[in-house]
Design a protein around this ligand. Structure first.
Ligand SMILES: [Zn+2]
Length: 92
């Protein structure tokens, strides 16, 4: 991939819904950010609305729920890539 998807940060308060769902295709969800300039799935400049994970579980497709759970987990725990853990620098 030559270019990474840019994102626009969305400020969400403590305890407020922070999973932003694309209202055009209902198949993309991002946590506390929205893709720029358009949705990577439907390529429409879409309205994003914030939902809680519980809410998405109520009405979302299995795919959307899986993405929401991933987005949720990704921020909850710092990402650790098992094959890319840097070697600790030994003291000089
Ligand atoms: Zn979309």
């Amino acid at each position: 991939m030559a270019s990474e998807q840019p994102f626009w940060p969305v400020e969400c308060g403590e305890g407020e819904p922070d999973l932003m769902v694309c209202m055009s295709c209902l198949s993309e969800v991002f946590r506390s950010k929205v893709p720029m300039p358009d949705c990577p799935s439907c390529h429409r400049v879409s309205t994003y609305e914030s939902f809680t994970l519980e809410s998405i579980r109520d009405w979302g497709t299995e795919e959307l729920i899986a993405k929401a759970e991933q987005a949720h987990a990704f921020v909850e725990q710092p990402p650790v890539q098992a094959d890319e853990i840097p070697e600790p620098t030994p003291p000089a």
